[in-house]
Design a protein around this ligand. Structure first.
Ligand code: ADP
Ligand code: 5GP
Length: 206
């Protein structure tokens, strides 16, 4: 049985990653969305174990020490990380797993999952990013300023990812995202088939 694939969505806060992921999951309910751990306080309406595992700093640091995180990063004054066990379990069950994470973590994932498809979501402009962060009304002024500062650094490394998608018109971005994920899966399946048939030819040559 082939193992599932890891799909990583990254990009600056406020660019629309969460919005795209929610839309993607309604179209493709078999995708598994990893639930991250964070030391950030819950926003109104966020549920522990569903939106995030909300931990204190000591509990998060224990997860780091015990190698329970696939990747982690400090972002705007808090820790964020991907619990390893669930991702590995789902991949072993042949499910495709989606991570929605910031840029440092997305870069680090390549070490443990070299085959991961890593997609960078870009805003149409910095001004529009700021507008989206503000109109979301979830973050304090300080958090917005920190996120915008970080966004400038993040945008500089967008080219290091497998694909960039501009989230201007939401429907267009969603279609591009689906196309990227679908064509990546075909490519991987083809390369696995090629590997198998090469082995088969070699076996028959012996
Ligand atoms: P992220 O998860 O990257 O932090 P969100 O998904 O929370 O970003 O989106 C930030 C804000 O931008 C939300 O209010 C969302 O409704 C809005 N948004 C997302 N995509 C678009 C888009 N294509 N056009 C306009 N607004 C958008
Ligand atoms: P927020 O506080 O807006 O929920 O998230 C802040 C940033 O942290 C976002 O860019 C989000 O994608 C990222 N993030 C969420 N979970 C993780 C994670 O597990 N690891 C990393 N590295 N970043 C994450």
């Amino acid at each position: 049985m082939a193992s599932g694939k890891l799909i990583v969505l990254t990009g600056p806060s406020g660019v629309g990653k969460g919005t795209l992921v929610r839309a993607l999951l309604t179209h493709h309910p078999k995708l598994y969305l990893s639930v991250s751990a964070t030391t950030r306080s819950p926003r109104e309406g966020e549920v522990d174990g569903q939106d995030y595992y909300f931990l204190n700093k000591a509990a998060f640091e224990t997860m780091i020490e015990e190698n329970q995180l696939l990747e982690w990063a400090e972002y705007a004054g808090n820790y964020y990380g991907t619990p390893r066990a669930k991702v590995e379990e789902k991949i072993n069950q042949s499910l495709n797993v989606l991570l929605e994470i910031e840029v440092i973590g997305a870069k680090a994932i390549k070490k443990s999952f070299p085959d991961a498809l890593r997609i960078f979501i870009l805003p149409p402009s910095l001004a529009e990013l700021e507008h989206r962060l503000r109109s979301r009304s979830t973050d304090s002024e300080l958090a917005i300023v920190r996120r915008l500062e970080r966004a400038k650094e993040e945008l500089e490394v967008s080219k290091e990812f497998d694909q960039c998608i501009i989230n201007d018109d939401l429907e267009t971005a969603l279609q591009e995202l689906e196309k990227a994920i679908f064509s990546h899966q075909i490519k991987i399946a083809e390369s696995e088939l090629t590997k198998k048939s090469t082995l088969f030819i070699r076996d028959n040559d012996d």
